[in-house]
Design a protein around this ligand. Structure first.
Ligand code: AMP
Length: 398
């Protein structure tokens, strides 16, 4: 078990907090501030306990010097002030005298936010990736600025960067923040210690992206429902004709291997909503042998019914990936139906592993109806694959 905020003393200490303020920005305006709000429990707790708070985050990617103007955290500092109703001092540096003296003069309960950690990836026009490749000097330097490190950025927990692993490896005391703690508790409950029947639903475009998840969940789940573009590679493995549908030829043999190994655990669609091209016009419905001149863009009505029935008695459901091209109005039916079926389950622990499926559920107004919607697409996917998350692993154990 990793240390949490409740396991450490923070009063009067300089606490370095890696948050996830990687928010969407349009022309310098924040279009969704949920990630800032999600950091408040940790920040408020630290204020209350009298810590000196140093916040930092990445924002998007920095590939060249000119990216830095658009990707400064300055507007985020303002937004945080507005939301938290506390004063937040923004330091437009990732290292240097100004940052060091601002930290030295911090008083209990005060907050600093320093500049985008990924500014360290480009130095004087050269791509050096000090942050993204976990440069050891950088991790040591940042660690030297504080007494305690708190990792509350779940979205980057699957990456070993200087601002998480680098600091954690070079500081006396570290713990996870409340957001990461909750993510880990929920994922452990949903994936590692599920109540049975445990049904997983995996969708999305590519088998290759989800192989690890299928592999790990074949051991843990009672049934794995597979939908989305990846289902057609499985159809092909069963010897069906899939027309012009998405198919990963080099994964057909692997899909067959999984089907054999699954012993009936894998539930595939039984019909398909097709179009002649990749466009949003009304579908034709076929069985799992598709005509040559169409591509499958969603599951059909019989599959929806089959998936709803399969979900009925579930005690745990983990969902990752849409059932079709849900961006198209004519091809979002499968994803909507599955989302609704999970949302309406009574007495089940329901988990969405971030990304498109999380966005779909929130957009549909089902946010409150799921037990947990993960805030980290990549991190929760890797957790579902059974992988260790380096950003968490680097934190001290209790
Ligand atoms: P992923 O990022 O792997 O979860 O995949 C999400 C993407 O898969 C979405 O953009 C969907 O439009 C796409 N997708 C889902 N089903 C299909 C399909 N049958 N054919 C093509 N793309 C699909």
């Amino acid at each position: 078990m990793k240390k949490t905020l409740n396991d450490i003393q923070v009063a009067d200490k300089t606490v370095l907090v890696r948050v996830d303020f990687n928010v969407p920005l349009k022309d310098g305006v924040i279009t969704d501030d949920n990630r800032i709000k999600a950091a408040l429990p940790t920040i408020n707790y630290l204020i209350e306990k009298g810590a000196k708070i140093v916040l930092f985050s990445h924002l998007s990617r920095i590939k060249e010097e000119s990216d830095k103007t658009k990707k400064t955290l300055a507007p985020i500092a303002k937004k945080l002030e507005e939301i938290s109703k506390k004063s937040v001092k923004f330091i437009a540096q990732t290292r240097g005298k100004e940052l060091e003296s601002a930290i030295k003069s911090l008083k209990a309960g005060e907050i600093i936010l320093f500049e985008n950690t990924r500014f360290e990836d480009v130095q004087n026009g050269e791509v050096v990736k000090y942050e993204s490749k976990n440069n050891s000097e950088l991790g040591k330097y940042w660690a030297s600025l504080g007494d305690v490190f708190v990792n509350d950025a779940f979205g980057t927990a699957h990456r070993a960067h200087a601002s998480n692993v680098g600091i954690a490896s070079n500081i006396k005391e570290s713990c996870v923040g409340f957001l990461v703690q909750k993510e880990l508790e929920m994922l452990a409950k949903g994936i590692d210690k599920p109540e049975h029947p445990f049904i997983a639903i995996i969708g999305g475009a590519k088998v290759s992206d989800k192989i690890g998840v299928i592999d790990n969940l074949l051991e843990k789940a009672d049934k794995i429902i597979i939908g989305g573009g990846m289902a057609y590679t499985f159809f092909k493995a069963q010897g069906h004709k899939i027309g012009k549908s998405l198919c990963e030829e080099d994964k057909v043999a692997l899909a067959k291997q999984y089907l054999d190994k699954a012993n009936g655990k894998i539930i595939l669609p039984i019909d398909s909503a097709n179009n002649s091209d990749f466009k949003d016009t009304p579908p034709t419905i076929s069985g799992v042998d598709l005509p040559d001149d169409v591509m499958g863009l969603d599951i059909g009505p019989k599959s929806i019914k089959l998936f709803e029935d399969t979900l009925k008695n579930a005690k745990t459901v983990a969902w990752n990936g849409p059932m079709g091209v849900f961006e198209f109005n004519h091809y979002n039916k499968g994803t909507l139906a599955v989302c609704e079926a999970i949302a309406n389950l009574k007495n089940a622990f329901t988990l969405i592993g971030g990304g498109d499926s999380a966005a779909a559920a929130i957009q549909l107004g089902f946010k409150e109806k799921f037990t947990h919607i993960s805030t980290g697409g990549g991190a929760s996917l890797e957790y579902m694959e059974g992988k260790v998350l380096p950003g968490v692993e680097a934190i001290q154990n209790k």
